[in-house]
Design a protein around this ligand. Structure first.
Ligand code: CU
Length: 454
């Protein structure tokens, strides 16, 4: 920390323990999800079996939960879906040019290697009752092995949701439940919750919940000037005190920042040899004799090289990103595939010559596709601490390798711009971002058709 002038000590209370909060609200009716027969899944060593899903799960001190050899049982066959999936890097750049702030640009996964992503879950609080906990092994600061208990939990989640329904003369409805693999990271002031949810319709939802405490700085002025609208009172330097953040309390400004989470997804759709296809949806105009003027059609693009596959979300140019089998077709002749379906996400606003962006070059594209290489695991390179720009994905993809008919690896980044609200203080309600791996012509019909009625 470097002092850049005298600022008042913020006196506002930011504690959130029960004594500081005061009386808890009334929650009149207790609720419990009861599994009288115990969990509906088995854990044998690190191998998990739940309904038709089979996978291996372990905790890694650098990236947290790793799921691997994920298969789905279909007509007596264990069909490969995902060889290995895990978080690969986190990047959190702050947006304040002051001397003490411009360098706060964290590559959390690589820089907080020593156990940051292997923090214990609190039994009975972080996961529901009946959860099964898994321990992790880390090497401590002196290289000695140390067991961290309860780094992962597994549980079935019944949230009152519907798997499918149709209301007709003979209505049919099926309830859904998921199997969740959860871990939580504590990285300085922030906490992240990571959920891998295996679903009964053959999809896997990967979600990141951001919570914890926003980084704040003290300011000379106490609060925003309501007359100026969003740009508050002027400080001594003539700049609004909240030019690079938002007041969350008296003399406290939470600084604007981003969160980026890169996931490494080594899909094996019905085997290791796959193709990557982007199905672009494009407008087709119709001839004058048709009453309609336009509609949309699919324009498939099979990416032959890494540069052809680089992509970002664009609402004006929708596309479906799919990994196709080269060995198996479904019953109507399409190659079996899994789709990577993005959720809410954001691209970067930093310029291409900005140093932090160049060190975290993986944010240049929301999606990268590479041929599998054992040593390529971390999107910003193996050693991001004080790294030089361009490591990881930008370096690996420079030769523009071929990705046709090969074991492809997808690298997907969830991005969020965090302009902090008063409601994020003193501790932030969990904000979820997610994406999904969805079967797309992988099955011949809705794979959840056989769910029991109750
Ligand atoms: Cu944030």
């Amino acid at each position: 920390m470097v002092d850049e002038g005298v600022v008042p000590v913020a006196k506002a209370v930011a504690d959130y323990d029960p004594a500081s909060i005061g009386k808890a609200r009334d929650v009149p009716s207790p609720m419990r999800v009861d599994q009288p027969l115990g969990p509906g899944f088995t854990v044998d060593g690190h191998v998990v079996a739940w309904q038709k899903w089979r996978f291996h799960v372990r905790s890694d001190q650098r990236v947290g939960a790793i799921v691997s050899t994920v298969t789905y049982g279909d007509a007596g066959r264990e069909r490969p879906v995902l060889y290995e999936g895990h978080l690969s890097e986190i990047f959190v750049p702050y947006m304040d040019p002051a001397f003490d702030w411009y360098r706060r640009n964290f590559l959390d996964v690589g820089e907080f290697n020593a156990g940051g992503l292997s923090k214990p879950l609190l039994r009975g609080l972080d996961c529901p009752e009946g959860a099964v906990y898994v321990d992790g092994l880390i090497s401590d600061d002196e290289g000695r092995p140390r067991t961290v208990s309860n780094v992962l939990c597994l549980f079935e989640r019944e949230a009152g949701d519907v798997a499918w329904r149709h209301f007709s003369e003979e209505p049919e409805v099926r309830r859904k439940r998921d199997l969740v693999v959860r871990s939580a990271a504590v990285l300085g002031n922030y906490d992240y919750i990571f959920d891998w949810s295996f679903q009964q319709d053959g999809s896997i939802r990967v979600a990141v919940g951001a919570t914890g405490i926003a980084e704040v700085k003290s300011t000379v002025v106490a609060k925003a000037d309501s007359q100026r609208g969003s740009n508050g009172s002027r400080g001594a330097a003539g700049e609004a005190a909240d030019a690079f953040g938002r007041f969350v309390d008296q003399h406290l400004v939470a600084v604007n920042h981003d969160h980026y989470f890169n996931f490494r997804l080594d899909l094996d759709v019905d085997g290791p040899v796959n193709n990557f296809v982007s199905d672009r949806l494009v407008t087709k105009t119709l001839p004058p004799e048709n009453p309609r003027r336009s509609l949309w059609v699919r324009e498939p693009m099979m990416a032959r090289t890494e540069s052809e596959a680089m992509a970002h979300m664009d609402m004006g140019k929708p596309a479906l990103w799919r990994v196709l089998s080269t060995t198996r077709d479904n019953h109507v002749g399409y190659p079996t595939s899994y789709q990577l379906a993005p959720g809410m996400t954001s691209g970067t606003l930093l310029t291409a010559d900005d140093y932090p962006r160049r060190r975290a070059g993986f944010i240049d594209h929301q999606l990268w596709v590479t041929p599998y290489r054992y040593e390529e695991r971390f999107a910003a390179g193996d050693y991001p601490t004080l790294s030089t720009p361009g490591q990881g994905l930008p370096a690996w993809t420079k030769p523009n390798r071929r990705i046709e008919q090969t074991d492809v690896v997808l690298w997907y980044t969830i991005g969020m711009h965090h302009m902090v609200r008063a409601e994020d203080w003193p501790v932030m309600p969990v904000l979820w971002h997610s994406f999904e791996l969805r079967p797309f012509d992988f099955f011949d019909r809705n794979p959840a058709l056989d769910l029991p009625r109750r």
